[in-house]
Write a protein that binds this ligand. Structure first.
Ligand SMILES: [Zn+2]
Length: 219
């Protein structure tokens, strides 16, 4: 699959989205992220195969946990997170690196059942993921199914995983929600894409403005 995607990397977005059908993404639910899919499908924002590595300005240490009845064990979840957090189109592009640590980490990434997400804090719901102070709770139903609009758009599960982790980590980095700037534009990472696109297109990567802001804070 990766070879096919690479071969059409220069083609139009519609063609690529069609090739990276939902079933292909869903077959990756074991925890290995299909790196090539989000890379090519969303390359109008950033192409990780071409992105330069950026000098590290800040290292965030993180712990990995699971909570409640979830689809993956901690180590499988951690492997997926490692791929997301080191991707050159993610927050790494702002000079932020992430290091797993068991010694009082700054942030916890938690794969949680819907009931546990809802119980975590007021304002969290069983429907979505939620960040509560230093704890980033990834809703297991979203982790395994993405959302209906995401599926309907023919986008991969791997792409959704990048989006949801990068978005929730964005909250940890101090970002609030933003809206769609204009019809047809890629959604800012910090837009609530799981709820509404408002005319924007799905996007798992921080936009240039978000990178600049994050880099300013990290430096
Ligand atoms: Zn949010």
């Amino acid at each position: 699959m990766a070879a096919v995607i690479t071969a059409v990397a220069g083609a139009g977005l519609a063609v690529i989205a069609h090739l990276s059908g939902w079933q292909i993404g869903a077959s990756e639910a074991g925890g290995v992220l299909p790196e090539a899919e989000p890379v090519t499908v969303f390359s109008q924002v950033c192409d990780p195969t071409a992105a330069q590595s950026v000098p590290v300005q800040r290292t965030v240490t993180y712990g990995v946990e699971t909570l409640g009845g979830v689809s993956q064990d901690t180590e499988s979840f951690a492997r997926g997170l490692g791929l997301i957090l080191t991707n050159r189109c993610g927050w790494a592009r702002a000079g932020i690196s992430f290091e797993r640590s068991e010694d009082a980490p700054e942030m916890f990434l938690v794969l949680a059942s819907p009931a546990e997400v809802e119980a975590a804090a007021e304002g969290c719901s069983a429907e979505y993921s939620c960040r509560v102070q230093e704890r980033v709770l990834i809703n297991d139903v979203r982790w395994t199914e993405a959302t209906e609009p995401w599926q309907r758009a023919g986008l991969s599960l791997g792409g959704y995983r990048h989006m949801v982790v990068n978005h929730e980590v964005g909250h940890f980095l101090g970002f609030d929600h933003t809206g769609c700037p204009a019809e047809g534009q890629p959604a800012p990472l910090m837009q609530q894409q799981s709820k509404s696109l408002d005319g924007c297109t799905f996007n798992p990567w921080p936009l240039e403005e978000e990178i600049t802001l994050a880099a300013g804070r990290a430096g």
